[in-house]
Design a protein around this ligand. Sequence first.
Ligand code: 13P
Length: 262
Amino acid sequence: MQKFYVVGNLKMNMSSREEVSQYLTVLHREAGQKTYEHVLGIICPSFVYLAQFDTLPKGMKKGAQNLFPEKIGAYTGEISPVMLKDDGVEYVIVGHSERRRYANETDEMIREKALSALKYYMTPIVCIGETGGERQAGETENILASQLRTLFSDLSKLQAEKIIIAYEPLWAIGTDAVPTTEELFRVRVFLRKFFTEIFDAQTAERIAVLYGGSVKSSLLGPVSWEAEMNGVLAGRESLFPYELVKMMGLFEEEAKRKQNEG
Ligand code: 13P
């Protein structure tokens, strides 16, 4: 059975070591000694505070919010995959809509970054999604297909199945609006079909797809397992350790329930 992922994108929040240290104290207190068989939590802080996340509660790993595709060199202000790997980062968010918007990242750049993460044995969590206008125009599937075609062109099945996709419709980020379960399920079915066409059904099953955009624990079923998503990418709610731990617990319960059903 695929694991469920709960990814916390802390974005550019928390602005002192002290604040980060308080966050971690609360996180450790909330998580206690809980263990998870079916869930992995991934917390992605700002680069500056990554080192403070070396010791995380059981079942959680640290991730980064971006990387530069080159290994080393004259790239002022950038962070290389080798640096991240050396720091203990195993997951890296790539192509978040905020980076597409504020740093003009293109599908080609996002592909380079995802390939670079794979090359250095990190798992890229690649964000895709349509704007509100594109959704209104019925363009969602075309937009997703074009973002993914660039990403997956010429990738082997083995490379492809190591990528995690995060479906984050732009109109749902930071807004408290979320797609209906039916809408999400349609996207899930579309992605499965898309991956089956490029690769095969087995590979399609192995490519995890998360949902992101105004995620909170009270909405977890409708935006994740009811739509056959493999987990969530949370922004604002990940700033509350209680919520992160709660979401992990709910996924664990759901996985056990499914397992018992046989
Ligand atoms: P919110 O959960 O704050 O809507 O942000 C979603 C997001 O962009 C996660 O990457």
